[in-house]
Structures are given as C-alpha cells and as structure tokens.
Design a protein around this ligand. Structure first.
Ligand code: AMP
Length: 450
C-alpha cells in the first residue's frame, strides 16, 4: 500500500528535460519522454516542426555554444539533458555540462572516440579481441597504394573521423581505390580524412544492435535493420538511412549472446580499463555471416532512423531508463518490451537526396493528416491506428509545414504483424500530398511476406 502511494506520487513529478537535436530520432525521443509516467516539460534545441507540438523550441541558442546551453539549463532548472547527435558528444558537451553540475545523458568526449575515430575503435577492438575486418591505417598516399596493390578487391576505404556517413568507400578495383585514397588524403572530408583505414570487405547481412550503459552495467535494447541505399533493392548512393524495422526476425537468442560476449562486453571492459567508462547508448553496426558476428563500426548514440522503431517497443518507463544510466543505477532497472510488437519506419526525402535536393517545398496536408491520426479518424476509409508521423528536416512558417532537409518525414507504424504495420505506413504515405518528396517502396518487404 505504502509502495503504491509512492509510485502514484511520482506521476505528478514535473521534470524539465532538454533534448538536443532536430531529427526523427529526437522526435521519437520526445514522444517517449511525453509517454513516460512523469509529467515532463520538454525543451528542444533546435527541434523541428513536429517536435514543436510536444516541446518548447529553443532556437536562439546554437548547439555549439556550450556556455549558452549551461546558462539555459541553470535558468530553466533543467533536470537532465538528452544529447541526440554525435557531433555535440564528440565536441565534449556532456563533459562541459557535467562539470557545471548539469545532469546529462550520453558518453564523455573521450568515450565518444569510439565513433569519432575509426582508428581508435579498431585499436580498442584489437586490444580486447573483438572480431572486426582485417585492416591497416595510413596517412601517406604511396604507402596506402603499395598496400592496395597486394590485397583482394573489393576493399573498404574509410576516413578516420566523422564524415556525415559519407566517409566509407567500397572500392571494386585498383583505379577506384587509388582515386578515393587520393581524394580523402587530399582533404575531401577535411581533417576527418587526414588518416584512413583500409580494410577487408566482409560478406554477410547487416544488423544494428543497441545497448544502454551506465559506465559499469548495460542493458540490451534490441536489434533493428536499416535500409541504407537510396534506391530500391539496395542500389544507388549511401544515405543516412531510408527505413528500418524491428525487432530482428533473423537473430536468435544464442547469436545475441555471442554478440554480447564477443563484442559488447569486451569493448565496455576495454573502455573501463583505459579510464573512459562508457555511459549512454552504444550502437554496434554488425556484419553477420554463418552466425559469426563481426563489428563494422560503433556509434555512441541512438541511430536515426533505428530509434524510431526501437523506442515504440519499450514498455518500461523511458525517463527512468535514461536517469538510471545517468545515475549509474542500471543494475537495478528492470526492462520490459512489448515483445510481440513489430515496428516499421519509412523515411520520406526531398527529391535529389542524398545529393543536391530541393528546399522549402510545402508539405500541404501534413497538419490535417496529423490531426486525423491524433483523433483516430479514418483516412481515405482506412483505419490507421498506431501510425505516427515523425518529423526530421521540417520547419513551420505561416502555419505551413516546409521541407528544409534531405530526410524530411518518418512514417512509423506498429502492429503484431510486420505486414500490417508496413501496409499502414504505405497507406498513409499514399495520402501525403508532397510532389517534391519520395521514399523507397521496399522497406521491410522481406519480413512482410506471407
Ligand atoms: P561504417 O560507417 O563503418 O558502418 O560503414 C558504412 C557501411 O559501409 C556499412 O553499413 C556497410 O554497409 C559498409 N561497410 C563498412 N565496412 C565494411 C566492410 N569491412 N565490409 C563490407 N561492408 C562494409
């Protein structure tokens, strides 16, 4: 009885949470905060046209202005800051806020090196026997060329630093390798390409695995599968991600155990050993062949658009989960998922993406569609319950929603069947009046057959 009273009382605690970022990932995070048992006031820096319906937009401060963020948090008595994208983590925002007694979710600058430097990631993997592709690192063009003369093609050339997802090139022959090595080492990606990694091409299928960590313990959040290429059938240029689904029907409990034992635990122990314990979300990009997982890359934050399909499956309270990581209490946190729930997300982009795309186009009926979804009204005679429109590159001007980015909307649906969730997503997309936009039509197709 006493316990029940205490639990009920927490329902009325008003938390103030600042979310940094402006993508579909941050919209999904804001929704998860809104659905938490706490009655939280959310601030979004800088947010987008969808987030503004559930959060106060903070658009007068730059993400790079650490002092202004500190002042804002103090003035508004922010309980904690959630940092979405990698750049502010790599820039040390968590360290700066923590030093100023502002609680913050995410890894320190030094732990963020797992994403900021592919060479650092490889070194940690080597030191802790984590399976990855065989590789060498170079900062000299001739030495790199001598190396590629000896190896098999395709090979993979990677800029060491952050390059907005564009720094990985798969070279099918010597000429392509030569040209890309020259371009990267000559500054195509700025200082991110001062050094490169050249590695063997791995076969298999890809999966993204997420764990939340508190420096000592971690809790698995599950797998998602991404569709990275712009064209249907995985063709064309690489993108930030054109769609996702979760959970993974391909990965058994045994395989998950193997991923934890051979990749996650050794990495987290290795980070502790070098004095950079990892807090926040560790996102492992994996290549799996014959049930043998190898690490492709680490990211040090939630994925976008993976978060959009991971968070709707979380049954436990999201704010409690995040605070347990910040407070170092994850060992006491009991996580639960909606085990049967299947989630599909399709990303809608401005035509031209991922190259030059048209900007400031009008998403004519988004506000009325959102209104219909919020009120459970049928859309074109279809019942689209459990479908959400999450915004990414959008803004609002004179009550008009405009597309200002490459990836603009995420249409997300859940159901007990992938097929039904997927049909709902595409039924909604059929009703979106946006001539200047496009999406892939084959997201989650392979898991939606009868
Ligand atoms: P990364 O940013 O390192 O994950 O690389 C981006 C994408 O390039 C991955 O999602 C894979 O599709 C591909 N890739 C990276 N490294 C390799 C590799 N060693 N073998 C095959 N494909 C790779």
């Amino acid at each position: 009885m006493e316990n029940k009273k205490i639990n009920d009382a927490t329902n009325f605690i008003n938390k103030k949470i600042l979310v940094i970022g402006s993508g579909g990932r941050e919209h999904a995070v804001c929704l998860a905060i809104k659905n938490s048992k706490y009655n939280s006031e959310i601030f979004a820096l800088p947010g987008n046209a969808g987030i503004r319906n559930i959060a106060t937009i903070v658009d007068k401060i730059s993400i790079n202005d650490h002092q202004a963020i500190i002042n804002f948090c103090h003035e508004n008595k922010i309980d904690f800051v959630f940092v979405g994208p990698e750049q502010p983590l790599v820039d040390g925002l968590v360290d700066v806020l923590t030093k100023n007694n502002i609680r913050c979710f995410g890894p320190s600058k030094s732990a963020s090196q797992l994403e900021a430097s592919k060479i650092f990631m490889k070194k940690i993997a080597d030191e802790n026997n984590v399976p990855t592709a065989k590789y060498q690192t170079f900062d000299n063009e001739n030495q790199a060329l001598n190396f590629v003369k000896e190896i098999a093609f395709p090979c993979v050339i990677k800029a060491d630093g952050l390059a907005s997802g564009k720094g990985v090139i798969i070279a099918n022959d010597f000429d392509s390798a030569k040209q890309n090595i020259h371009e990267i080492l000559s500054g195509k990606f700025g200082i991110a390409g001062k050094k490169i990694v050249i590695e063997e091409f791995l076969q298999g299928y890809e999966a993204s695995y997420f764990v939340i960590c508190d420096g000592d313990n971690f809790i698995p959040l599950g797998f998602a599968h991404d569709h990275k290429k712009v064209g249907e059938g995985e063709t064309g240029l690489n993108t930030g991600g054109m769609g996702t689904f979760a959970p993974s029907p391909f990965i058994s409990k045994n395989l998950e155990e193997k991923i934890i034992k051979t990749i996650i635990e050794p990495t987290l122990n290795g980070m502790k050993k070098i004095g950079s314990p990892f807090k926040g979300i560790l996102f492992a990009g994996l290549m799996i062949e014959n049930d043998n997982p190898k690490l492709l890359e680490f990211n040090v934050r939630f994925g976008d658009p993976e978060t959009q399909v991971i968070l709707p499956r979380l049954k436990s309270d999201f704010v409690d989960l995040i605070e347990s990581s910040i407070n170092g209490n994850l060992s006491k946190y009991k996580i639960e998922f909606f085990e049967e729930k299947k989630v599909v997300c399709v990303v809608m982009c401005s035509k031209g993406y991922p190259e030059n795309f048209i900007k400031n186009t009008h998403l004519k009926n988004i506000l009325s569609l959102e209104n219909a979804l919020a009120n459970n009204h049928k859309i074109n005679d279809k019942n689209l319950e459990n479908v959400k429109i999450l915004h990414a590159g959008t803004t609002i001007q004179d009550n008009k929603v405009l597309a200002i980015g490459g990836r603009v909307l995420n249409i997300v649906a859940s159901d007990e069947s992938f097929k039904i969730a997927r049909n709902k997503v595409y039924d909604l997309i059929d009703n979106i009046d946006w001539q200047e936009g496009f999406c892939r039509k084959d997201i989650a197709k392979k898991v939606s057959q009868d």
